[in-house]
Design a protein around this ligand. Structure first.
Ligand code: G
Ligand code: G
Ligand code: MN
Ligand code: NA
Length: 253
């Protein structure tokens, strides 16, 4: 309850802001965009991580206000970066409760219109579990999002329950291999087999694959050899503040 009240005050005080982690194309070796990651620098509690406050925000409904802020901020940044790096995309994490909110599609359309973001520079990430529950209903919502022109991806792929049969019915553009499979990629033959299988399955379904949590050369070599499309992780850069990412984009544009 202390955190819950703290979050509401924190939002009013502007204590929430986005960090951005670069994503790179492994074939062209070009910067492709960034994942937006929410941060809370609380005057009262110090730096609080999303793993801690997102679940609380979800359970108390604060995620609606927070999700709005994230969408708007991400779009405003995307507009700015698109002006000197055309096509750069910004990926935004969408929580389950936010997605299930009846006016989510309406909010999305509003934010696109109000910020003037090029819809194709926006990628929405849904976790496997969010997409798989109420799968039939989700297909329609996802199709509506596709019609708006935004890209869609499945986050933390491989960690949840997933029906591969459903996967082919979802209008998804990309799959993100969870970093738990990348961590021991080179030393654990099971993780290597899983990563390899995800890449080949995704490509058979004409989906792009993004590896998360890439930290070293050996992991990168493995992924390049298997034709993984994109990667993010400390090997390239940690998540950084918006103005730092602006400098980063200028360096690589
Ligand atoms: O940045 P960090 O590794 O601490 O993020 C931890 C988790 O919090 C990640 O799983 C990420 O998906 C989630 N997360 C980060 N930012 C957001 C956000 O803006 N919205 C939602 N729903 N989840 C986020
Ligand atoms: O959405 P997702 O659950 O993937 O959130 C990404 C989180 O992973 C961010 O909080 C980010 O700080 C963290 N992260 C990003 N790159 C790396 C990495 O290379 N290694 C590890 N261990 N964590 C990372
Ligand atoms: Mn994510
Ligand atoms: Na993830």
């Amino acid at each position: 309850v202390a955190l819950e009240n703290g979050m509401r005050q924190g939002l009013a005080r502007g204590e929430f802001y986005l960090y951005f982690q670069p994503q790179w194309d492994l074939k062209t070796l070009r910067l492709t965009g960034a994942e937006a990651l929410l941060r809370w620098h609380s005057a009262e509690f110090g730096l609080v991580g999303p793993d801690e406050f997102i679940p609380i925000a979800e359970s108390c409904g604060f995620i609606f206000d927070l999700g709005d802020l994230v969408l708007r901020e991400a779009c405003l940044h995307a507009v700015q970066w698109d002006s000197f790096f055309p096509g750069l995309k910004v990926a935004v994490n969408i929580s389950g409760r936010q997605f299930r909110q009846p006016d989510f599609l309406e909010t999305m359309a509003c934010v696109i219109k109000e910020t003037g973001v090029r819809p194709s520079s926006l990628e929405l990430e849904f976790t496997e579990s969010v997409i798989m529950e109420r799968a039939e209903k989700n297909i329609h919502a996802l199709q509506a999002l596709k019609r708006m022109g935004v890209k869609l991806s499945i986050d933390d792929f491989g960690t949840g329950y997933s029906s591969l049969n459903y996967l082919k019915h979802f209008p998804i553009d990309a799959i993100k291999i969870d970093r738990s499979f990348i961590a021991e990629l080179v030393t654990d033959s099971d993780d290597a087999a899983i990563a390899e299988a995800i890449i080949s399955m995704a490509h058979s379904l004409k989906l792009k694959v993004i590896a998360e949590g890439v930290e070293n050369d050996a992991q990168l070599d493995f992924l390049v050899d298997r034709c993984c499309d994109e990667a993010q992780g400390f090997y390239f850069a940690p998540p950084m503040a918006g103005e730092d990412f602006t400098g980063y984009v200028k360096r690589f544009s």
